[in-house]
Design a protein around this ligand. Structure first.
Ligand code: F0G
Length: 474
């Protein structure tokens, strides 16, 4: 059989409120054209993120009732610990309320001015937490990882030659940690091969630098290894996962992705000295080490989610449905980052809308139109997200992408067909799309709250006129 079906039945449903284009025009104006400012009730299909948006299974909901909310020594922590340790056998596993909390603790310990943290590509919260300590976050993904058209099977791989050259140049004493983000979210949800994990580990050992995985999408990465690395074709995904972590000295994890829950995370490591400092920091902001920032019921749901996420029927459906979306967009002539990622399809908006320059945010323009046209919410990953420099100037990001992130076990194939139809129609009229302008922004992480206007909007022209008038008459 070629038809790929969702390997689950639906027991509980959430209604979707349908909206008209006219209504959405108003919602968008009220949100200052920033899709993060929309009410989610006014979104028909929400592809903003795959993070914290998974559907939990009947078994996970059942486990929630078993949650023991004792402050210390809860059996829910034991079940959480056992499930994590089975896949990621680190000596110290410290629960946190989400991934960035683990990052914050880790980099508070090892960051600081003059230090460099190397990664294939840092996710934005990882980068922000590193820079917050005064350290520098360096991205060293292979060259193919930055070419949207390249069909390299492991575009998330670390550039081993550049990694070693960087360590030699800056000195291993200034590099407290090397990371690998699996899959490489900011680079298109692309996997890292087992071979590359081993090579990275080899370089780290040579210079005595620990290697951590940013493990958010570890199961999707493992399934890609099974599909694309011949030696692993007949190896169980669970075994592949265990091998991936066997080369690491620790990990940060957002359980909101591949633990199939809505909230949670952890920091894990073998280094007992770092772990002790981490637990002390944990108590300051997250909570006692047997619950971190989580309830007992959250720990239970993670323990069950970790079993379900390495199920190969689930992963087959998961990866195939993302590929289905990618294949149909490509057939419709829409340029996407190839090959399809694990959790998302990334549209190459710069290439799709060549009449909009990077500093007029082609990704934002496309994301706005996708909402207006069909009520679909996606996320710009380009110059809006990465263009603002530390000195306040702006430059084009390496790529202008729009991410269609697929929540796990939430949407059916007909929802995805609706997305394909909407984008196909937009692509047919793409010359009509216009660039955007930022009219207000914060100093950091501007994509969450910046305010935009379409370049040719009446409101924008009025603002320009009044600014010019004020300047002339000042
Ligand atoms: N690392 C990666 C690779 C991520 O994708 C994320 C979150 C984090 C760390 C931080 O985890 O959200 O639990 O604090 N990514 C989400 C996304 C927000 O939409 O891609 P968190």
């Amino acid at each position: 059989m070629n038809t790929i079906i969702e390997p689950f039945r639906i027991k509980s449903v959430e209604p979707i409120r349908m909206t008209t284009r006219e209504e959405r025009t108003t919602f968008l104006e009220n949100a200052h054209y920033n899709l993060f400012a929309l009410d989610s009730e006014n979104v028909i299909i929400d592809l903003l993120t795959d993070s914290g948006t998974s559907s939990m299974s009947a078994n996970q909901w059942a486990s929630v009732m078993r949650g023991d909310e004792s402050y210390a020594g809860s059996p829910s922590f034991d079940r959480f610990h056992k499930a994590v340790h089975h896949l990621m056998p680190f000596s110290h596993i410290i629960p946190t309320h989400q991934g960035r909390a683990a990052e914050k603790i880790l980099f508070s310990i090892i960051g600081g001015p003059g230090k460099y943290i190397l990664n294939n590509t840092h996710f934005d919260t990882t980068r922000a937490n590193i820079e917050f300590t005064g350290a520098e976050a360096i991205d060293l993904v292979i060259a193919e990882g930055k070419i949207p058209d390249s069909e390299h099977p492991f575009k998330g791989n670390m550039d081993i030659a550049r990694l070693e050259a960087f360590i030699k140049e800056k000195g291993p004493e200034n590099i407290p940690l090397v990371m690998l983000t699996v899959t490489n979210n900011s680079g298109g949800g692309q996997p890292v091969s087992m071979e590359n994990i081993k090579e990275t580990k080899y370089i780290c050992m040579k210079y005595d630098i620990p290697l951590f995985l940013d493990a958010c999408r570890f199961a999707e990465n493992a399934y890609f290894i099974k599909l694309r690395e011949p030696a692993y074709a007949n190896v169980k995904v669970e075994t592949i996962v265990q091998e991936m972590f066997s080369y690491a000295d620790g990990c940060t994890m957002s359980a909101k992705k591949d633990a199939l829950v809505n909230m949670g995370g952890w920091l894990a490591m073998n280094n007992p000295v770092w772990a002790e400092v981490a637990r002390n920091l944990l108590i300051l902001t997250e909570g006692f080490p047997t619950y971190g920032g989580l309830s007992g019921r959250d720990l239970e749901a993670i323990a069950v989610g970790l079993v379900e996420v390495v199920d190969e029927d689930y992963l087959h459906y998961r990866i195939s449905s993302t590929q289905y979306l990618g294949r149909h967009l490509t057939e419709a002539g829409i340029p996407i980052v190839k090959p399809a990622g694990g959790h998302a399809i990334y549209i190459d908006a710069r290439n799709m809308l060549p009449h909009i320059t990077p500093l007029e945010y082609p990704g934002q323009s496309l994301a706005v139109e996708l909402y207006l046209h069909a009520g679909i919410r996606a996320c710009e990953i380009g110059t809006v997200m990465f263009g603002l420099q530390m000195d306040g100037t702006e430059k084009a990001a390496p790529m202008d992408l729009v991410r269609l992130a697929i929540p796990r076990r939430v949407y059916t194939q007909s929802h995805i067909d609706y997305v394909i139809e909407a984008l196909t129609e937009i692509n047919q009229n793409k010359a009509k799309l216009e660039g955007m302008k930022i009219v207000w922004q914060p100093k950091q992480l501007r994509h969450f709250s910046a305010r935009f206007l379409p370049i040719n909007s009446v409101q924008n022209q009025k603002e320009n006129f009044s600014k010019a008038f004020q300047a002339e008459n000042a």
